[in-house]
Structures are given as structure tokens and as C-alpha cells.
Design a protein around this ligand. Sequence first.
Ligand SMILES: Cc1cc2nc3c(=O)[nH]c(=O)nc-3n(C[C@H](O)[C@H](O)[C@H](O)COP(=O)(O)OP(=O)(O)OC[C@H]3O[C@@H](n4cnc5c(N)ncnc54)[C@H](O)[C@@H]3O)c2cc1C
Length: 412
Amino acid sequence: MNVLVVGGGPGGLFLAVALRRLDPACRVTVRERRPAGTTHGWGIAVATAASDRDDLLRGVGAVDPETAEALRRTSVGWESQVVVAPGGRRVHLGGSGWCTSRQRLIDVLAGRARALGAEVRFDAEVPDAEVTDALAGEHDLVVLADGAGSRFRRARADRFGTTESPGGTRHVWLGTSMPLRDFTYAFERTTAGWIWCYGYRHAADAGTVIVECSAQTWAGLGFDTADAAATTETLSRIFAAHLEGHPLRCRPGEPGRGPWESFTTIRNERWSDGNLVLLGDAAHTAHFSIGSGTTMALADAAALGRALAGRGPDGLPAAVRAYEDERRPAVLALQEAAARSAGWFEAVDRHAQLPPLEFGLSLRLRRSGDAVDAPPALLRGLHRATQWRLGRGLRRAVARRRRGTRRRAPAG
Ligand SMILES: Cc1cc2nc3c(=O)[nH]c(=O)nc-3n(C[C@H](O)[C@H](O)[C@H](O)COP(=O)(O)OP(=O)(O)OC[C@H]3O[C@@H](n4cnc5c(N)ncnc54)[C@H](O)[C@@H]3O)c2cc1C
């Protein structure tokens, strides 16, 4: 089997790892438009609970134990979530999770793909849809792993049954030298409305901060015309109390566009069209506030790799069907949780009226919506208990124990 992967993000690269690992007879080329060593974004959460981390390592490790080990080695954990509620009170949300630098993850995956015999070409854009048509003729399979804005999916939107639903907020993805020990949410009121950020460390001495606000607040604060430097200057001022003097860093946007973006939820009725197959963000997106897009892309890659292993070109239709059947239910569940989470942030004006503890509880439960199966009084009582110093200490100790021996990850 001769496979071309368009896009060298986490999904495309891990597919190359999976294909070479599970079927060494398979020829794989990954073409990524960015130069090597560059990416968008900073840190990513790869698990928001200890059990998620175990699932992720198990899933990745079943395909390639070396990748799982590298992921474990290059990730750092957080031991608690804290929200600085409207009015400034710190509310503790509990939980533990795990992050890594996006660039480091890509370096690990590209290294593993090459070590296993895949050809990985950076600075190698696939220029337009006609070229993909030609490439589809030259390859048994072309995997479109070219992200949420996939040009090739858009050119065939009717064939894939694509819907793109833009969200109501604007966001910017920033880096900071502040190693945020807790996963921290902070909400600030400005003259143009509420603006909030969430930050976490992704290395021992580096963190990531995502800032989000409504489109009205974004325009009202002048971000619609701000470049990267003006954006970080204004945001450093707004969030100064949470940054302890550490600067924010911002990558420039695409040429002709500022650094701010609007999140779009992608859905596709069909994930394949002949020998073109969608994978990762090109197939589906879920709002970043639930931190799951990368792990979904990795799980897609594992499933497609397994489905294709050992089948020749004749087995392609069955393999592609098996891949979609396996992945679609899990993806839909996460997209629903993400929609509830995004909706919560879009209604911050309303939640900001709540007392701080209730605000924190509401933020904590935002993914579940009405699905939380416990009496509200019990939830409130448990939430109050997590604010106790002793409770927090115990929780940190449990989180540390569950994570086992932690190693410090290098900055990146
Ligand atoms: C603000 C923000 C925060 C996020 N935080 C998290 C998080 O904490 N945890 C998490 O799990 N997920 C997070 N995500 C989601 C995550 O970034 C994506 O879900 C993930 O990157 C999807 O991987 P992918 O490989 O499918 O696509 P991408 O990572 O988008 O990779 C696609 C690649 O294709 C390349 N490409 C595009 N067109 C072409 C072409 N024509 N030729 C060649 N190459 C091309 C692009 O350059 C890109 O490298 C976040 C997203 C955002 C926006």
C-alpha cells in the first residue's frame, strides 16, 4: 500500500508511525507545509484526569511503545485547577492533568515516523485541490490530515457533507515563561466586557495561556486591528495580576491576519470519498476548552492504522468503514461535551452574576450540562470541601501518587 498523508500535525504524523509500525510493507509519505521546527500554538493538555492519561498512554503504546514512553517523558502534570472568579476570589476546582509542548510532541512523532521508515517532508505544501486529485491517482490512499481549515475537504464539502459552525468568541494562543503550577482560569472585567484566560505549564519552566472573549469585547478593546505586539501588550496589562511579571509571547498570525482566531466546529457526514480519507481536525473539531483535539487526532490515527494493517488496496473500502465506525461515536460524544463547554464560556456575562463558589462549580461542571447525576446540594457540599486547605493538600498528594514518579520535562 502506498499512502500519502497531507499535513504533519499530530494526527498525520502519528498515522505515519502507526502505518509503518503495524504494516512495515506500507510506503508512507507525510507532506507538511511548515518548515521543520515551527508550529502554531504552545502547550496542549493531553489528559484532564489521571484515567485519561492512562487511556492515552495505553492507546498510543498499543501502536508504538516508544512513542508512548517519549510522550510520558516529555509531559508535565498539574495538580489542581484554580479559578480566579469575577471579583477576584480564588476558587479551587480540584482535578489533575497532564500537558506537553505541541512542538515537542511534533518533534517526537516526526522522529519516530522517520525511524520507522516513513518519509516526512517539511516545507512541502500540497498546493491545491487539482494536485490532490492527481496525487489520489498516484497513491492507493491519500489521508487529509491538514487541519480544521482543510482546503481539500472544503473543495469537496458536498462529497464529505461538511458543516462548519463558527463560535461566538475570539481567542489567541500565547506562550509565557511563567510555569503555572495549577491549571488556572482568570476572569477580568474590562470597559468592553468580560475577558478570560486559562493557563497551564507545559514544561518545568514554560506555560501556555489562551485568552478568549466575545466578538464584541474583542472589537471594543481594539483587538480587531491589533498585531501580535499590541495584543500581548494589552493582554499583559489586563492579566498582570495573574502573570507575576512574566511576559506573554505571541506568534504572528497568517500573513494579512492578526493573531486572533475564531473557533469553528467541523462536522462531516462522511469521513471518506473514494481513496481520500479525513483524519483529526480535518474530520471533526471540538472546542479547545475541553482540551481533546490532539488526543482525538491521535486516536483517529491509531484506529485508521489498525484498520489498514495487513490489507492491500482491495481491502481499503472495508478498512475505511471500520475506522469511521470505530471513531465516530467517541468523537460525537466529545463534540457534544465541547459544545456545552463552549456554550458556558459564551454565557460568561450571565455566570458572572453568581457568587464565586457557585461560579467555580458551574465552570467545573460545564462539560456535563444536565447530565450530572447528583443532587445539587451534594455537589455544592463536595465543592465547598475542596476549598479546605487540608482537602487540597490531600488531593495534591493523591494526584502525585497517581502520576507516579514525575520527571521534569525540558523547556520547549
Ligand atoms: C487555542 C487552542 C488550544 C488547544 N488546546 C488543546 C489542548 O490543550 N489539548 C488538545 O488535545 N487539543 C488542543 N487543541 C486542538 C488541537 O490543536 C488540534 O485538535 C490538533 O492539532 C489536531 O491535530 P491534526 O493533526 O488533526 O491537525 P493540525 O494540528 O491542525 O495539523 C494540520 C497540519 O496540516 C498542515 N497543512 C495544512 N494544509 C496543508 C497543505 N496544503 N499541505 C501540507 N500541509 C498542510 C498544517 O500546517 C498543520 O501542520 C487546541 C486548539 C486551539 C485552537
